[in-house]
Design a protein around this ligand. Structure first.
Ligand SMILES: *[C@@H]1O[C@H](CO)[C@@H](O)[C@H](O)[C@H]1NC(C)=O
Length: 123
């Protein structure tokens, strides 16, 4: 009986470990995004912001892609980010904190709400 329990435990542990390994990093499809150009272009930056805040449509595939990642990126501290995605998110964060701190706070609040809705936070 104990032996069967141990066997089951090992099998489950193996499946969970596999699941984590299979997960890997996010797709690098939009790693070439010119994040500086977007941040320095008011109209373009506002479009991305509206997409992230659900106050406007998502105008590009990159916007849809990054919007989908953001809640998990925040909750996991970019655990599944490619090195370039880490750089992109880092630039966005420093730009907003420096230049638009009110918008930044609103985005953080919205992102935490989204993370909670997706069950990524247990509080
Ligand atoms: C704040 O905005 C200016 C103008 O867009 C930009 O040059 C500067 O790099 C921004 N600050 C940060 C920390 O990115």
């Amino acid at each position: 009986m104990t032996r069967i329990c141990l066997l089951v435990a090992f099998l489950v542990a193996g499946i969970l470990a596999d699941e984590e390994a299979r997960r890997g990093l996010y797709s690098s499809e939009f790693d070439n995004l010119d994040v500086e150009a977007i941040l320095n272009d008011d109209a373009e930056r506002d479009k991305y912001y509206a997409c992230l805040m659900d106050t406007g449509p998502c105008h590009s595939e990159a916007a849809v892609f990054f919007k989908d990642l953001v809640p998990e990126v925040v909750v996991t501290s970019c655990k599944y980010c490619t090195p370039r995605q880490l750089e992109i998110f880092g630039k966005i964060v420093t730009w907003y904190i420096d230049n638009k701190s009110k918008e930044w706070k609103e985005l953080v609040v919205k992102t935490i709400e989204d993370a909670r809705k997706r069950g990524l936070l247990d509080y």
